[in-house]
Structures are given as structure tokens and as C-alpha cells.
Ligand binder design. Structure first.
Ligand code: ATP
Length: 193
């Protein structure tokens, strides 16, 4: 049995905040493996700012290949859309019945977890690791305390939106995204419209 963490996002693009969380959590938790789960484009929600699945996956791979026991997963690309976390987790568990899955989310997401589809089912079947985000207190109801816990991780308050805005303004994103991702963005002329 492996303990596998699922860290999902649109990674549009992946930035140093994401990379640091991944690196810290794989080294400082019980997880054997951490999967960066790239979310697919939602055909019902046209979002021109969201780059193609292909480029987001490639950039995420540029980060995961430098982190031991961290991989990039395109598993959600093959799920019926729109895909919800519970559906992804159930599909993962069905495909890998011997493994144990942990959902890795930020405190910002945990604060709205009661609005998530099938939140109770997620907690009943899976573990949740919550990492801190500035401005969000983490409260874990007693009934969840054996399945949900906080993992300490450094705060880097940066968003993909900020990275995209800088690129649109022709500003450098050195130090905002890992170096190979910056190189990929420049080579492929991404986010400059
Ligand atoms: P956008 O600005 O496009 O909304 P984002 O930077 O929030 O993007 P996502 O791809 O949506 O990036 O992030 C994936 C997950 O990582 C989300 O759960 C999000 O809360 C979390 N996250 C985003 N930025 C950071 C950060 N700086 N530190 C830790 N977690 C982050």
C-alpha cells in the first residue's frame, strides 16, 4: 500500500508557491508519493486565460521531475467533465484499490470545504492534509479530527494570476516560477497575448 497525496490545480502556470508546497509536503509528511493533478479545461466554462492542457501539463512536469517522489498526473483529463474532486478520488481508488489517497489542500479551500460536492463522503473515505494560507484560520471539527490534519508548510503568497499579469506586461517572472518553467514560457511565447 502506498500513501498518495493529490495536489490539484489548474497550474496556469505552476509557480514557486506550488513547487515549494509540493517539495515541503513530500519531505515532511507520511506520503510516499505526491501527484500534481492538473485540472482539465472545463468545456462548459470558456476561459481564454487558461492555457491548453498540453502546456500546463508540460510545465508541471518540468517541476515534478526535479522533485523526488512527486509526479505530474493527467488522470483528470480522462474524467467526464466537469470533474469534481469526489469523482476523481473515487476513480483513483477504484483504479488503485491497494493505495490510500490523501487530498492536499490549502487553508483557503478548507474554509469553503462545506460547499464542496460530497464533502462528507470525501472525509469519510480519504484523508485530508491542509497547508496554511495567509489570512485563513484552520478549524477542524472534532468529528473529522482522525482524518483531517494540518501540515506545516512555508507560506509564499503568490498566484498564477500575478504571474500571467507580469508576463502580459512583458515583465520578468524570474523567481516567480521555477527556472525551467520560465524558460518554457519564453520559448513558447506563452501568456503574452
Ligand atoms: P489563479 O491565480 O490562476 O487562480 P493559483 O495561483 O491560485 O491560480 P491554482 O492552480 O488554482 O493556482 O492552485 C492550485 C492549488 O494551489 C489551489 O488549491 C490553490 O489554493 C493553491 N495555491 C495557489 N497559490 C498558492 C501559494 N502561493 N501557496 C500555496 N498554495 C497555493
Amino acid at each position: 500500500m502506498r500513501r498518495i497525496g493529490i495536489f490539484g490545480g489548474s497550474f496556469n502556470p505552476i509557480h514557486v508557491g506550488h513547487a515549494l508546497i509540493a517539495s515541503y509536503i513530500i519531505e515532511n509528511s507520511e506520503l510516499d508519493s505526491l501527484w500534481l493533478m492538473v485540472s482539465p479545461q472545463n468545456p462548459l466554462k470558456e476561459n481564454r486565460a487558461l492555457l491548453s492542457d498540453y502546456h500546463r501539463l508540460r510545465m508541471t512536469e518540468l517541476v515534478s521531475r526535479r522533485l523526488e517522489n512527486v509526479i505530474t498526473s493527467a488522470f483528470e483529463f480522462d474524467m467526464p467533465k466537469p470533474s469534481y474532486t469526489i469523482d476523481t478520488l473515487n476513480a483513483l481508488q477504484a483504479k488503485f484499490p491497494d493505495d490510500e489517497f490523501f487530498l492536499v489542500i490549502g487553508a483557503d479551500n478548507w474554509c469553503v470545504f462545506d460547499q464542496w460536492k460530497s464533502g462528507d463522503e470525501i472525509v469519510a473515505k480519504f484523508h485530508i492534509l491542509i497547508y496554511p494560507r495567509r489570512g485563513y484560520d484552520i478549524n477542524i471539527p472534532k468529528k473529522y479530527s482522525d482524518r483531517v490534519r494540518v501540515v506545516d508548510a512555508p507560506l509564499v503568497e503568490l498566484s498564477s494570476t500575478q504571474v500571467r499579469e507580469r508576463l502580459a506586461q512583458m515583465k520578468s517572472v524570474s523567481f516567480y516560477v521555477p527556472e525551467p518553467v520560465e524558460k518554457y514560457i519564453i520559448e513558447n511565447k506563452l501568456y503574452i497575448e
